[in-house]
Design a protein around this ligand. Structure first.
Ligand code: SAH
Length: 195
């Protein structure tokens, strides 16, 4: 019974996250792209989290195929998962709001692009990716199954490892010293609280 509640929490969060993303994806389509990096591998790696957050969790709740991999965590840990998921959604929303028209799902510089260093970007350079990690940890506590629970963490890792250095390189090329200084006072996904 309690596991069904956690499953429902997960899918409510998934809907909220999809709405946030959907709104900003529409805004992105109305913004002109100034410069784009090669998208081949990036596009493939972007598809993996879609499997991890959506397709595999759906298979988990709609079929019995993944039942062999079920595990159980204490109820309090499931509630921690719900709280972490709420935090992830808040961070996802805030990072989209703060990034505004500079947002792109790909490695791109938009028309009129400016470097955002305020709001949730004040102490970390990649709050949106941090939100994905929090989502992954929450998913492991809410969907108590070795395959479905860890699908987001596993599917996010390749994108993170490939994307972040390329993105920072692109930002350095475009914003130069301004981005270098920004890097020196921020953490990648863990806030830098000291200089
Ligand atoms: N890595 C960031 C943004 C993800 S969206 C995060 O995790 O929050 C990806 C796009 O955001 C990149 O193509 C880049 O053009 C843009 N971007 C990344 N950091 C930025 C910043 N600090 N200011 C403005 N644009 C940024």
């Amino acid at each position: 019974m309690i596991n069904s509640i956690f499953n429902i929490c997960y899918f409510i969060g998934l809907i909220v996250g999809s709405v946030i993303r959907g709104v900003y994806a529409r805004q992105y389509k109305q913004t002109r792209i100034k410069d784009a990096r090669k998208a081949g591998l990036d596009r493939l790696l972007r598809f993996l989290p879609f499997l991890g957050m959506f397709v595999i969790p759906l298979l988990y709740v709609l079929t019995s195929w993944l039942d062999f991999a079920d595990y159980h965590v204490p109820t309090w840990a499931g509630w921690i998962g719900a709280v972490v998921f709420a935090l992830a959604l808040w961070l996802l929303l805030r990072s989209h709001v703060d990034l505004g028209r500079n947002f792109s799902p790909a490695l791109e510089i938009m028309e009129g692009h400016s470097l955002v260093t305020h709001g949730v970007y004040h102490r970390i350079r990649h709050p949106m990716y941090a939100a994905h990690w929090l989502w992954g940890f929450a998913q492991a506590l809410l969907l108590q199954n070795w395959v479905a629970g860890f699908a987001m963490l596993v599917s996010t890792l390749p994108l993170y490892l490939v994307r972040v250095p390329r993105e920072e390189q692109m930002m350095l090329e475009y914003f130069g010293e301004e981005y270098r200084l920004y890097m020196s006072r921020t953490g990648r996904v863990i806030p830098r609280l000291w200089r």
